[in-house]
Design a protein around this ligand. Sequence first.
Ligand SMILES: Cc1cc2nc3c(=O)[nH]c(=O)nc-3n(C[C@H](O)[C@H](O)[C@H](O)COP(=O)(O)O)c2cc1C
Length: 164
Amino acid sequence: MKVLVTVASKHGSTREVGATIAEQLRMHGLDVDEIEPASVHSVSEYDAVVVGSAVYMTQWMDSAREFLARFGHNLEELELWAFSVGMAGVGSGGIEDPSRVGPALLTARPRDYVTFKGKLNPQELSWRERTVAKLGGAIEGDFRDEAAEREWADSIAAALTSTR
Ligand SMILES: Cc1cc2nc3c(=O)[nH]c(=O)nc-3n(C[C@H](O)[C@H](O)[C@H](O)COP(=O)(O)O)c2cc1C
């Protein structure tokens, strides 16, 4: 069974989340391609797609939204899973779903959609990014939860192998 993991990331933390998910899917015997959203030319060879994006200013990154716009129609016929990586709510102990991702995913209707905690390293950011992140209340640090990411990948593998 062939799976595409396609992830939009600006500073790399979401790409690493995607790589963890891809690795975990491979451990279940799935044949996984990792391709950046802008470089995906066709999804017809895949049985399932996992699409993810870092969240910036409450939105998915352009390349992930464009991916959904380009392949939305095909994705209805595919098994689709989606995840966001963000920091909203992390400071108060939780993690919030970004509010405007919903509409982007409405037409594609993923089988499951989750938000994972991300990473904010001010040294990697421009002055403008640091200012915006601070105004948004984002806190510094790496809050990624590899166990949660792997567990989610396990649920995808279980769903795919049970429909095989
Ligand atoms: C300028 C800026 C804006 C951000 N806006 C949001 C936001 O609206 N919601 C959110 O949950 N996280 C937000 N974040 C946190 C990022 O989603 C988080 O740092 C993520 O791990 C970045 O992923 P990347 O390393 O793949 O680019 C923001 C971060 C920056 C630097």
